[in-house]
Ligand binder design. Structure first.
Ligand SMILES: NC(=O)c1ccc[n+]([C@@H]2O[C@H](COP(=O)([O-])OP(=O)(O)OC[C@H]3O[C@@H](n4cnc5c(N)ncnc54)[C@H](OP(=O)(O)O)[C@@H]3O)[C@@H](O)[C@H]2O)c1
Length: 344
């Protein structure tokens, strides 16, 4: 086992709750010595962290599907790491694992915290570590179960997905195509839209920054919208509501356009379209499907292998860049799943 006594763990903690976009002042940068695991525990060295829009919600002191991060706590983050010390027979030094590691270089997980951390060994033959944070990881599972369980696309139907070039969006559109539906993305900028169509095989993509979403939907969804997978909320949701078909399914996955609001969240104005069209909107929280992740991982790993699915990650290096890197999600600078590389 490696000598851990000389190692220092650099951490980023929540220092204050943000109003609007988080700034550097919302974080504190701390260090502590790296400790040996006690019986039954493991020590994991962080390689990659998943940066997620949900992190903004976890910084608020409000009731949600998960408790907020406390002031002074290490910021919550999922990640991929390597076991560097183990007193648990289920994990060996050198194993690659996925777990809630937090925004820090080393994560000591006691035996009674293993389940809560969600730790599991990843099979690097199925995908690279960053793919395990994307298509094979939490965003991929969100796209898979949100689309398949709630959206329930049928062959020939039209599926629209916003945030199409992002982590969840790329899975949703590609999966919709694999299942025989038409996939129409909505994304910010020509480069993202071109990639979604030319590389991922979506049927079309509407650039909401470069033109009218209303006109784009009219042009690219001539038969209306059967499934809308909503990642952004706000005005785009209202535009799609205006074009849904009878019995349409709207998957409420996220509303990133609203996460940094200092005013109350803007709800849909066109909701009576649900009544007229006998349609429904349903929220999804990915963790509810944890028992079924292995089935989805096996299916999606097959698509990665046979080339029917691609997985694009936007990897930024350096733990210290976390405060600024996180903001890429909210200004649309990330192109693909945003990942922070902490160690090589
Ligand atoms: N319910 C769940 O269990 C669950 C799980 C995971 C994620 N989510 C949600 O899924 C959504 C996507 O997450 P992700 O990890 O895949 O992020 P992502 O799409 O990889 O990154 C966020 C993207 O959102 C877009 N965006 C930012 N501000 C926007 C605005 N004002 N209007 C429209 N688009 C905006 C940007 O893309 P453009 O350049 O295209 O604007 C940005 O790249 C988020 O709402 C997230 O909270 C939910």
């Amino acid at each position: 086992m490696q000598d851990l006594s000389s190692l220092t763990n650099h951490q980023i903690r929540l220092a204050a709750r943000p109003v609007g976009l988080p700034t550097r002042e919302n974080w504190s940068f701390t260090t502590e010595p790296v400790a040996e695991p006690a019986d039954g525990g493991v020590l994991v060295k962080t390689l990659f962290l998943s940066l997620d829009p949900a992190m903004r919600g976890w910084m608020n002191d409000v009731k949600s599907y998960i408790a907020p991060v406390g002031i002074g706590e290490v910021m919550r983050a999922g990640g991929i790491g390597v076991v560097v010390a183990s007193k648990n027979p289920a994990f060996a030094v050198g194993d690659h694992v996925s777990a809630g590691l937090g925004v820090q270089e080393y994560c000591l997980i006691a035996q009674d915290q293993l389940k809560r951390s969600g730790i599991f060994k990843i099979d690097t033959r199925l995908g690279t570590p960053t793919q395990w944070l994307n298509v094979l990881g939490m965003p991929g599972m969100t796209g898979y179960f949100g689309l398949m369980d709630v959206g329930q696309p049928k062959a020939g139907e039209t599926v629209v997905v916003s945030g199409a070039a992002g982590a969840v969006g790329q899975t949703v559109g590609q999966l919709a195509r694999i299942k025989g539906a038409r996939a129409v993305g909505i994304a910010g900028g020509k480069a993202k839209c071109d990639w979604v169509v030319n590389e991922l095989g979506f049927d079309a993509c509407i650039d909401y920054k470069g033109g009218s979403v209303r006109d784009g939907l009219k042009a690219h969804c001539p038969q209306g919208v059967d499934v809308y997978f909503d990642n952004v909320g706000g005005e785009i949701l209202d535009h799609v509501l205006a074009r849904i078909n009878r019995k349409a399914r709207i998957v409420i996955c996220g509303a990133i356009s609203q996460y940094n609001n200092t005013a109350p969240v803007q709800g849909p104005k066109n909701y009576l379209s649900l009544l007229v069209n006998r349609a429904r909107m349903e929220g999804i929280v990915v963790f509810d499907y944890a028992d079924r992740y292995p089935v989805a991982v096996a299916e999606m790993a097959g698509y990665l292998k046979d080339g029917r699915m691609k997985s694009k990650e936007d990897v930024v290096s350096g733990l210290d860049t976390f405060p600024e890197t996180l903001l890429k999600l909210f200004n649309g600078e990330n192109f693909g799943k945003l990942v922070l590389q902490v160690a090589s």
